[in-house]
Ligand binder design. Sequence first.
Ligand code: CA
Length: 440
Amino acid sequence: MTAGRNGKGKMTWGRRGVGCLAAALFLLGALPAPAESPAGESDPAETKAPAWTVSESEAVLKARDITMECEIEPGSKKKQFEAALDRSYRTFWNSNGGKGATITVTLPEGEEAGGVWFQWYDHTHAIAVQIRDENGEWKECGHTEGAFLSDFLPLPERTTEFRVANPESSKKSTPLPLAEFHVYSRGELPPEVQVWQPPADKADLMLIAGHPDDELLWFGGVLPTYAGVQKKKVQVGILVPTLPRRRLEELDGLWTCGVRNYPVFGYFRDGYTLSLRDQYEHWDKFSVHKLVTGWVRRFKPDVLITHDFKGEYGHGAHQVCADAAVKALDQAADPKQFRESYAEYGAWKVPKCYIHLYPENVIDFDWRVPLEEFGGRTAFDVASEAFACHISQQDTDYAVEDFGPCDCSLFGLYRSLVGPDVKHTDLFENLGPVEDEPEP
Ligand SMILES: [Ca+2]
């Protein structure tokens, strides 16, 4: 979507609809000890569990968000720390640097911390957690690399007090731009906690979109189906990073769909035009092609999918995505083009490329089939719930629509190196494992 259509900031929590995702399950806590058999038991095969035992599933300890139960002592700007606890991505706590860049957390009586989840505001930030050693001195027990806007750090067992600080390896102690801060108790993490994997070394599917939320509005069930259900390695690339809060909304939406590889963002400024030519006036064409070709070489997708050539409702940025993607089919394979990314990643020939609403070799997906992996919700439901994570966009006219002129279920096979689609039901047709010939 375009800039300037943002909402007025609903102060509601933005992670709806992730309940049934197969989220990364971090079993941080110990299970209760198994019940001992009473003495003098007869044949074990006939032994029934006593009524007071719990099933294995019940015994799994569930982590809880206990942030508001903790005593939290920011190292600086204490009155402003509420901004890191208000569950709004519009607000953030920007600490002082140096010794002011700390947060000390004391758990409530009888509670142990399992981990801490950071959501950074406008840039990623490497962060460490410290616990006290036997002399009472703070000692680092783990740190992030600062690769993601959403970072989770597990804590050692029996942590009842910890401190957040810049890593010891950092050359200087810089301010912490923290949009949201969460403390979790020990146990299996709830689905909303994002534990991102790095961008894919080798993607099955790459989706290139203009702005955060375009990958939902115009691609509907693609991400829930291929990332969430089929567990493909799905790499999303967004050309326009827009505002900080929208990048956090983007992560929420992708996580809801089951995407686990961290997305990549381009660096192009938002701007609404209605033609390819005008958009290339706004953005340097060479820079766009260089970036997109570099992405294709880096992520080596089997299937590349992007916007309508006509930009859905006419958006020039969407048209540029389609233009740059199909140009990259040749450019990524040609060692003479964009030699820097060729030297780093080598050439890549994309086996299949689909374009939204392309009128030839069309797949017409049914996004309304209940999916067991999403607890009976459909890919359409999940895409809609993921779009709802984009809180800043909820008072626009946009919605996920698998009907009408921008039907998000229609994709045409623009180019294939693996033969034509015959079944027209799957982006990965002709890419699956080769089945053995049946015995004669
Ligand atoms: Ca906030």
